[in-house]
Design a protein around this ligand. Structure first.
Ligand SMILES: Nc1ncnc2c1ncn2[C@@H]1O[C@H](COP(=O)(O)OP(=O)(O)OP(=O)(O)O)[C@@H](O)[C@H]1O
Ligand SMILES: [Mg+2]
Length: 402
């Protein structure tokens, strides 16, 4: 998940060909707005070639040399999910083309390369990579007690984010990490397709293609990652697998919403640390609020300056003449850690779950969706667009115009 450096656009180049290097400097350096980082050397012998932060990577190599192709393959594996790579090569044949495709090189050009062609290729590659380099906004829901409504709120938030785009619909993925008692797929009437047994022995095999096989598609356009339930199996998973899964998901979607289990696993910290917004879902009882408050403290202690946990009190009812809890009690108990409340509307939620449809479809403008919008969308709306590729194209056209 890379973001560009200071001025937003950077092209990292590896080449041992000084004439090619000179041509690049003339082409890209003209405007002074593109940060061109050239490393001299060959891919099979260079000590350090850093691609982090680059918008596009250009690698000049001799595809006829086995060691250079092998070095490229290793680099591609290492930088999986990193910036797009354009290969410029001397020798070329169908076998080379095939290998480059398999390595998921974004594009390749054969020398001699026209500067304009190279610029166009870089701009196109950067543009098609926009959704992949933009970091996802990750919304994570954690339960204070069982049955508080984590799954319900995670699903509805995901659907809300999915429909929050102004012109284009943001891609959204709901990830059910409650491997023991996950209910996301059931609530949405989907077949869970995440096969943990297949990934676990070799998490590094998990790539975009495998991920696509393991997504369940909801009619709304929401993508869901959920594993079939194993209620009788109390086991934990390799933290690397969970981290890799989330890294991959967050490099392919605009929004990721996570349904967390109650148990604290070895991978929990890293999931929470990687989240942009963290919600603890509580029910409206004194014990649950106590748990929620305790969790806020525990998470804050563990994550330090990381994302700030906030409590949502679900199934809220304002009872004017009752001795039960009131909004002011919640405010007093939780102070600034209270994100807000979500109203109790059992009939609505039950019908949505039974039919596997969004609340909005059961009753447009219902009180739960309205309140969730208030809680979730202000920050979402402020999400910066993925500016990298647009910036690159603007700057490239500037430098070409000169
Ligand atoms: N705002 C609400 N109003 C009315 N009913 C709700 C609301 N939110 C959730 N429910 C109901 O509460 C029950 C528990 O909800 P849900 O499954 O979302 O909770 P959970 O925290 O994921 O539970 P678990 O601990 O089993 O994972 C469900 O029957 C759901 O219909
Ligand atoms: Mg649940």
């Amino acid at each position: 998940m890379s973001k560009s450096g200071t001025n937003g656009t950077s092209v990292a180049v590896l080449t041992a060909d000084s004439a090619f290097e000179q041509a690049l400097r003339t082409t890209f350096g003209a405007s002074g707005q593109i940060d061109l980082r050239v490393t001299s050397g060959s891919i099979s012998t260079v000590d350090e070639f850093r691609v982090d932060g680059a918008t596009v990577v250009i690698i000049d190599l001799d595809a006829g040399r086995g060691e250079e192709m092998q070095a490229l393959e290793r680099m591609m594996l290492r930088s999986g999910g990193g910036p797009p790579v354009v290969v410029v090569t001397q020798g070329f044949d169908a076998g080379v083309a095939r290998s480059l495709l398999q390595m998921r090189v974004a594009d390749f050009l054969v020398k001699p390369v026209q500067p304009l062609e190279l610029v166009r290729t870089c701009a196109r590659v950067a543009r098609s990579n926009v959704t992949e380099t933009a970091e996802a906004q990750i919304y994570t829901f954690i339960p204070a007690v069982g049955g508080a409504g984590v799954t319900t709120l995670a699903i509805q938030t995901a659907l809300l984010l999915l429909s929050s785009g102004q012109r284009v619909r943001p891609t959204t993925c709901l990830v059910d990490l409650d491997f023991q008692h996950g209910a996301c797929a059931d609530y949405l009437d989907l077949e869970p397709r995440l096969d943990l047994k297949e990934i676990e022995p070799r998490p590094e095999r998990l790539d975009r293609q495998l991920l696509e096989i393991m997504l369940s598609h909801h009619a709304s356009g929401l993508e869901v990652i959920a594993a079939p339930n194993r209620p009788a199996e109390m086991r934990t998973f390799d933290p690397d697998m969970v981290t890799r899964l989330l890294d991959l998901v967050s490099s392919h979607f605009d929004y990721v919403v996570i349904d967390m289990p109650r148990t604290w696993f070895s991978w929990t910290d890293s999931v929470l640390l990687g989240s942009n917004r963290l919600f603890i879902v509580s029910e409206m009882t004194v014990p649950s609020l106590k748990h929620a408050k305790g969790l806020v403290g525990a998470i804050r202690e563990r994550l330090g300056d990381g994302p700030k946990p906030q409590v949502i009190v679900n199934r809220f009812e304002q009872r004017m003449f009752d001795a039960g809890l009131k909004k002011s009690d919640l405010e007093q108990a939780l102070g600034p850690d209270l994100a807000g409340t979500v109203p109790n509307n059992y009939r609505l939620v039950r019908e949505a779950i039974d039919r596997g449809v969004p609340l909005e479809e059961v009753k447009p403008g219902n009180n739960i969706s309205l309140q969730l919008k208030r809680l979730m969308l202000p920050q979402a709306a402020a999400k910066a667009p993925a500016a990298d590729a647009q910036g690159l194209m603007k700057r490239l056209s500037l430098s070409l115009a000169k």
